[in-house]
Ligand binder design. Structure first.
Ligand code: EPZ
Length: 420
């Protein structure tokens, strides 16, 4: 297991290149099950989750080869429609293979994803939607077994906006017989990008980018090359890092449009931000004005930057701020670890009150991807040295985080340890 040893107190100055989107890649990789052939997915990030998805597809006979940021996929010879527990338990997004397997082969056996650090992660909307499209669903020994001679079009309304369920049902509907209308569908950029790739493959999808998707099923699709969208959560994380250290950074290869909500909030805290079509520059010369946020579905403040925002608000020097988490029931696992650095945070149900705190380095433990990012951010401003353990959580979603941050002035060392 690796740990990061971080010396706090360095202002970040310089340029940070943003990688392709983890969640964008995890949405489009399963789409290669829908049409046999060879695909190249450009701008693919070199991340543990991409390796896990590649291994999962590999277990079904799909050949995946990441060369730089080009992911070559050959799905010409699918040998299995089953996703084993050993792989699905590592990454919930493995569940996204259910829809494409079912619509292409009429059969799928996919392990139910477990919970995660911040509570249950149900898949009821995925299953209800597939049943509406004509699937017969059984649960057996922790597996979902789904069968359908051929899925048929239907109308389905998502009780809750769900990124994964929208992706699964989109990939099911494109090969179903007839028309499907999905209402209250997720509009996250990763879903819009998936829909655009499906259209390039020959799918017929209307109202892309809205929460009412209309799909006219086709008989077959064809393989394509695609470019993964930039990672908006990685970009938001580094903007916050620049703001916390009172630095001056420029992010390249971003899509500023995907970050409108967080850019507006950063400006409210006193940041100077300029954007052009693919770059975002940020300068900050003061402690942040405390600003409350409430997480929401896109285009609101993403739940995936909630922990990072908490670290940022710890830097405020006049007053406290509030974070309200509306997407998950208990996504505050990072609070006790931040408290080890001296953070003064109170939790009341789904709300956290953050008081400005002077942080002192300590040893802290990552519990999940974005929680570990918040620990790294706080370590950048804590006095002295901080050790962040279980860095494999970080490696799931941040390509070369210590290299990118050291290149703009941070002092981070990755150390191999034989303890966990
Ligand atoms: C995606 O997860 C992202 N993961 C998550 O990012 C992100 O936090 C989440 O969307 C919300 O934006 C990927 O894209 C791989 P959901 P997903 O289904 O699809 C409830 C990260 O850090 N729900 O949109 O699993 C669910 O409990 C990760 O990169 C149901 O009730 O999330 C939650 O409250 C973490 N029933 C809400 O919907 C269902 O069948 C949103 O979940 C499905 C979801």
């Amino acid at each position: 297991m690796d740990k990061l040893v971080i010396e706090g107190g360095h202002r970040l100055k310089g340029t940070i290149p943003i990688s392709g989107s983890k969640n964008g890649s995890l949405a489009i990789m399963p789409a290669t099950l829908l049409a046999s052939g060879v695909y190249t997915l450009h701008n693919t990030p070199n991340l543990r989750d991409v390796w896990t998805m590649s291994r999962l597809l590999g277990s079904m006979g799909v050949h995946c080869d990441l060369n730089g940021d080009d992911l070559f996929i050959d799905s010409s010879n699918i040998t299995s429609q089953e996703a084993p527990y050993e792989l699905v338990k590592k990454m919930r997004a493995s569940f996204y293979v259910l829809g494409p397997l079912l619509s292409r082969y009429g059969y799928a056996k996919v392990s139910l994803p477990g919970g995660c650090a911040w509570g249950p992660r149900p898949v009821d909307l995925h299953l209800k939607g597939l049943e509406k499209l004509g699937a017969k669903i059984e649960l057996d020994n922790g597996y979902v077994i789904a069968k359908a001679d051929r899925l048929h079009g239907a109308r389905f309304h998502f009780d809750v906006s769900s990124v994964g369920a929208t992706g699964n049902l989109l990939m099911a509907a494109v090969l179903a017989k007839g028309n499907t209308i999905l209402t209250n569908a997720a509009t996250e950029p990763e879903i819009t990008a998936l829909a655009r790739m499906l259209v390039k493959m020959g799918a017929k999808i209307e109202n892309i980018g809205t929460n009412q998707l209309e799909i006219e099923g086709v008989d077959e699709l064809k393989p394509v090359d695609e470019t993964t969208i930039p990672d908006r959560i990685e970009a938001a994380t580094y903007l916050i890092a620049g703001a916390m250290t009172k630095g001056k950074i420029e992010l390249t290869n971003t899509n500023p449009y995907h970050l409108s909500a967080i850019i507006a909030k950063l400006e409210e805290t006193g940041c100077q931000i300029d954007v052009n079509s693919s770059n975002i520059s940020l300068e900050m010369d003061q402690a942040p004005i405390p600003v409350d946020i409430t997480t929401n579905i896109y285009p609101g403040i993403p739940t995936d930057i909630q922990a990072q925002w908490m670290s940022y608000m710890l830097c405020s020097e006049n007053g406290s701020s509030k974070i309200t988490e509306t997407i998950y029931t208990d996504r505050f696992k990072h609070v006790p670890e931040l408290a080890r650095l001296g953070a003064q945070i109170e939790i009341l149900d789904s709300t956290a009150i953050i008081n400005g705190s002077s942080l002192k380095g300590a040893t802290v433990m990552s519990s999940d991807l974005r929680a570990s990012a918040s620990l790294v951010l706080s370590a950048l401003v804590a006095s002295g040295k901080t050790e962040v353990l279980r860095v494999y959580h970080l490696d799931r979603g941040y390509q070369g985080i210590e290299m990118k941050l050291n290149a703009v002035g941070a002092n981070i060392k990755r150390v191999k340890t034989d303890t966990i």
